[in-house]
Design a protein around this ligand. Structure first.
Ligand SMILES: [Zn+2]
Ligand SMILES: [Zn+2]
Length: 247
């Protein structure tokens, strides 16, 4: 929690929190998990009440060596990461399950547009960088680009918004990927997801040597693979990923 707004001087940090509180007072969004009021500037800043945010605890024990989601009865790799040729990305960490209270969190951010939750989620991305096998300073943070039609429908790019918050927190972001129109991955099975995006994600600038992709949800890892293929085709040597939720 202490990392938020670390890059800003103290007086600006206080002003930003106070502004979040005034906004919450005038246009209450309430806590998306319990529905309770947000009672102070800290809660308003995160868009979550303190008891709910404190209860969003995850364990690092027994994670898939490829995508970083928790293993259930498997050893080493999770079921999503088994079979085929493995992943093109070199490793990832996935934070919250996309179920229950965690699902409420993403839905409130993504569909309810509770923007203050971006402060909470961006901090979780910073925490997750420490779980990767490389130092965060070694890699360039690259947002996974959304499907063009998806932005039109939803009206905003929530991953790019997280990127803007990460930058404010002092973590540079390098948006170098572009996505061409394609079918939504959600409509496809595992095999089709793997081929649907290949060649549909392009690296529009020279790729950094080491990249850390970030995205909201990982399912089969096909989107991270398509991004990693584009980046490696443009010169990247290693590509890691951080995903807020795993489905
Ligand atoms: Zn709550
Ligand atoms: Zn996995």
């Amino acid at each position: 929690m202490a990392k938020r707004l670390r890059a800003l001087p103290v007086s600006i940090r206080h002003a930003a929190r106070a502004a979040a509180y005034i906004r919450e007072y005038l246009f209450p969004a309430n806590c998306p998990i319990c529905g309770g009021e947000l009672l102070d500037a800290g809660e308003a800043w995160y868009g979550l009440c303190r008891p709910c945010s404190d209860a969003l605890v995850i364990s690092d024990e027994g994670r898939c060596v490829s995508c970083g989601r928790p293993l259930i009865s498997e050893q080493g790799r999770c079921l999503q990461c088994r079979g085929g040729d493995g992943h093109i990305f070199d490793g990832a960490y996935s934070i919250f399950p996309y179920t229950g209270k965690y699902r409420k969190l993403l839905r409130a951010y993504k569909f309810g547009k509770t923007l203050s939750l971006g402060n909470f989620l961006a901090e979780r991305i910073l925490d997750a960088l420490e779980k990767l096998p490389i130092a965060a300073s070694e890699g360039a943070l690259v947002p996974v680009p959304p499907r063009p039609g998806k932005i039109r429908k939803a009206g905003w790019d929530q991953v790019a918004c997280l990127g803007a918050r990460l930058e404010k927190m002092g973590q540079p972001v390098y948006p170098c990927l572009k996505r061409l129109p394609s079918k939504s991955q959600k409509e496809l099975d595992k095999a089709d997801r793997k081929t649907n995006l290949m060649g549909k994600i392009l690296c529009a600038k020279p790729a950094p040597k080491t990249v850390i992709l970030f995205d909201d949800v990982i399912t089969t890892g096909a989107t991270l693979d398509a991004c990693a293929a584009a980046l490696k085709g443009a010169g990247a040597e290693r590509v890691f990923g951080v995903c807020l939720f795993y489905d």
